[in-house]
Design a binder for this molecule. Structure first.
Ligand SMILES: *[C@@H]1O[C@H](CO)[C@@H](O)[C@H](O)[C@H]1NC(C)=O
Ligand SMILES: *[C@@H]1O[C@H](CO)[C@@H](O)[C@H](O)[C@H]1NC(C)=O
Ligand SMILES: *[C@@H]1O[C@H](CO)[C@@H](O)[C@H](O)[C@H]1NC(C)=O
Length: 390
């Protein structure tokens, strides 16, 4: 049986690895090879001195730093596509197929999650790992922990972790996938990826979206698949009302020394459908146990992404669950499930130069489209799009 690393084993090995360089994940997964470690990421930009006032302020300060960003790089063990490839792969999955070796997917998690959103550890059950799914399709992925989150460096002040800062981080990483820096650093030799497809979830999607607005030709992303993300008018209101609880109050033992701009979301139910029959309570419990932090400044700055990404020409897909409590059934938006046709019309103007914008709605899913009983279908769709959009 194919099993991905478990939460505890992975956390331990990963913590050791950051002290050295990338090393191979001792997973029992035969078809997939993962390496992990940190990448130094430079940022140099002007950000609001007081992010509580939003991004339109003219009171700016310069932030120049190099941050260690933790990532997991996974790829099929052997290049797929050679006919007569070894049988050992076939016992794991009958659906292996050829994927372009020249492309990689950059995976960016949502608020209060880590890269584990994409490798969701479920007691050896592979159902919820998009990374494992993609690998079995012959696809290469790089999932990283956001600045300040998980095993990535956490700035002393939360006010360094703002939308413009992390957008620069994501664009830097995407471009280092292209120029071969990441493959070399993660022990995979000379590997340049001609095409990088960004797959974000929620806040991760917001960051890709913001990067497309401020540097449409510099994102390093040839296409974007934005899950759990639309520009509904209610979101800036509801996310403020529901999300931010200072992390140090939520878990003093773990986060007691963080400034109150570092926030947590102790009640995870808004990330799932209100209909509890469409997801596993075990997943919900593990989600709660593995939650991490975010910062308040994403919410105070999110309105900056409510404008057209002029000049971004790559294909864009927005994918939401019809029962997304933050975006689709929120009373501030009318409390209706999302409708694909209406969303297509409403959302397309935010990507006016995209050569193909598509809104997709997954019936029955909540906000976390990777973590409910429909996950396998979500994964099949994401893999397919990542291979065919560009
Ligand atoms: C995982 O998927 C299998 C078959 O696809 C299913 O039988 C099993 O219940 C799923 N496990 C969980 C925890 O959802
Ligand atoms: C979590 O929030 C939901 C509303 O989103 C509420 O119904 C539920 O009672 C809350 N759970 C706890 C444990 O507070
Ligand atoms: C646009 O992308 C969608 C997938 O999101 C695809 O089904 C459709 O064929 C594409 N349209 C064009 C004109 O390429």
């Amino acid at each position: 049986m194919l099993s991905f690393y478990t939460a505890s084993a992975f956390g331990l090995c990963a913590a050791l690895a950051t002290a050295t360089t990338a090393s191979t994940v001792p997973a029992t997964n035969e078809a997939c090879q993962c390496t992990f470690g940190t990448l130094p990421v430079p940022v140099d930009l002007e950000i609001p001195t007081h992010p509580e006032n939003g991004l339109t302020t003219t009171d700016l300060r310069r932030l120049k730093a190099v941050y260690d960003i933790f990532g997991v790089f996974c790829q099929p063990k052997e290049p797929f596509g050679n006919s007569g490839s070894s049988q050992s792969h076939l016992e794991f999955s009958p659906i292996l197929r050829t994927a372009s070796p020249d492309r990689a997917q950059l995976l960016l998690h949502g608020s209060t999650y880590t890269h584990q959103y994409w490798t969701f550890p479920m007691n050896g059950v592979q159902n919820y790992s998009y990374v494992a799914h993609a690998c079995l399709q012959g696809q290469t992925t790089f999932a990283y922990d956001q600045l300040g989150v998980g095993l990535s460096e956490r700035p002393r002040t939360s006010k360094d972790v703002q939308i413009p800062t992390v957008a620069q981080v994501s664009s830097y990483i995407a471009n280092r996938l292209k120029d071969g820096t990441i493959a070399a650093r993660f022990g995979l030799g000379e590997r340049r990826f001609d095409k990088v497809v960004g797959i974000g979830h929620s806040q991760g999607s917001t960051i890709f979206n913001y990067a497309a607005i401020v540097e449409p030709t510099g994102t390093g992303l040839d296409a974007m698949i934005l899950t759990g993300h639309i520009h509904d008018p209610g979101f800036p209101i509801s996310s403020n009302a529901v999300l931010p609880t200072p992390a140090r109050e939520v878990n003093p033992a773990r986060w007691g020394n963080l400034d109150p701009g570092y926030i947590a979301t102790p009640n995870r139910s808004q990330f799932y459908s209100a209909d509890t029959s469409v997801f596993s309570q075990d997943v919900f419990m593990l989600d709660t146990l593995t939650q991490d932090v975010s910062t308040l400044w994403y919410t105070t700055e999110v309105l900056a992404t409510y404008r057209p990404a002029r000049g971004y020409t790559g294909p864009v897909v927005e994918l939401v669950g019809a029962m997304d409590q933050l975006h689709c059934t929120d009373p501030d938006d009318g409390g209706k499930p999302c409708d694909a046709h209406a969303l297509q019309i409403f959302e397309a103007p935010f990507f006016p130069d995209s050569r193909n914008f598509t809104a997709v709605v997954r019936e029955g899913s909540g906000h976390d489209v990777n973590l409910d009983f429909g996950a396998a279908e979500t994964f099949a769709l994401l893999s397919h799009l990542a291979d065919t959009l560009v």
